[in-house]
Design a protein around this ligand. Sequence first.
Ligand SMILES: NC(=O)c1ccc[n+]([C@@H]2O[C@H](COP(=O)([O-])OP(=O)(O)OC[C@H]3O[C@@H](n4cnc5c(N)ncnc54)[C@H](OP(=O)(O)O)[C@@H]3O)[C@@H](O)[C@H]2O)c1
Length: 367
Amino acid sequence: MDQKFKVGIIGATGMVGQRFITLLADHPWFDIAVLAASARSAGKTYEEALGGRWVMTSPLPEKVKSMVVYDAVADLKKIADAVDFVFCAVDMKKDEIKALEEAYAKAECPVVSNNSANRFTPDVPMVIPELNSDHIRVIEAQKARLGTKRGFIAVKSNCSLQSYVPALYPLDAKFGVKDVLVCTYQAISGAGKTFERWPEMIDNVIPYIGGEEEKSEKEPLKIWGKMENGAIVPADSPKFTAQCLRVPVSDGHMAAVFVRFENKPTKEEILDVWKSFSGRPQELELPHAPKQFLHYFEEDNMPQTKLNRELEGGMAVSIGRLREDTQYDYKFVCLSHNTLRGAAGGGVLLAELLCAEGYITPKNKLS
Ligand SMILES: NC(=O)c1ccc[n+]([C@@H]2O[C@H](COP(=O)([O-])OP(=O)(O)OC[C@H]3O[C@@H](n4cnc5c(N)ncnc54)[C@H](OP(=O)(O)O)[C@@H]3O)[C@@H](O)[C@H]2O)c1
């Protein structure tokens, strides 16, 4: 890139917002220009607004400490004018988020969102960049609906499925995936929490995460969807069934997967597909693209959350324990970092893709 993009982080004080700060502090293409959160934080310096909530293991970057936090709602126009695009990760009601994201888009400010509110808006692409990067073409139809020149919304999918969908997608292309049963074991940072703020999770498992099983079953079908008449039409297969459990882990979602194929491959054929798989981010050599997206571990006791979640900067997916099953064809486990690949890192990679493909341009480059 010959010019840096000015970015805003909406929800900068939250768990995902803090991840954005760490990922963007030294980004080769992006400069943090605006931080925004709720009216509670607005007007304070970022350090004051955090008030001890910084939970990243790396120190709070000097350059953001004294930045004054904006009100994401009241200062929308000012923010939209000051940046080339925003990342959005906020804890608000779904209809409020939908309205907020659309208001930024209509103010000609592209939105790269981590929220679920717009995931099923038909002309909003929901993208895992290695899998369905072609879905970003639907943005033209969205801009026509919104009546914008450069404003639009693009979203990333829920964090739970970023472990197992990448493993299944390339297998489906070759062997046809029919049925998938998945159990996820999800970290507490997925709820924006730490053990300090959620002591009930120590030595505990909670067998319920509101809305997560529906998302884990439904969102993959949009990833598998096809673009038709200015919309992404979700696929009707593979069929997914999911159970999602909250486990006492700080970061990293694991999934136990059972899969049935149209044409059952050999174990070697599956391993070959995973080993050779790469997507558009690798082709474009995007800054946050992992070199090897899917890593297979031969050892019986791998991957492990604590050992492998940070693989390739937390942007790769770890897979292990592939073996035949008595009821399905195969079973295996997958692991991905929920606030890196599953949230902020996935958002940054999507923004890199949108910039590299010309959907986001620096404003002063516009005619
Ligand atoms: N954590 C994950 O692993 C993960 C993964 C994928 C997606 N997500 C999604 O990302 C979003 C944020 O999650 P999180 O875990 O970062 O939540 P969080 O830690 O609770 O942070 C929420 C953020 O939203 C801001 N906010 C709350 N009310 C607001 C309002 N009325 N106007 C503007 N900003 C407001 C908060 O600002 P104040 O500090 O001023 O209150 C804070 O910055 C959610 O939609 C979540 O579903 C999270």
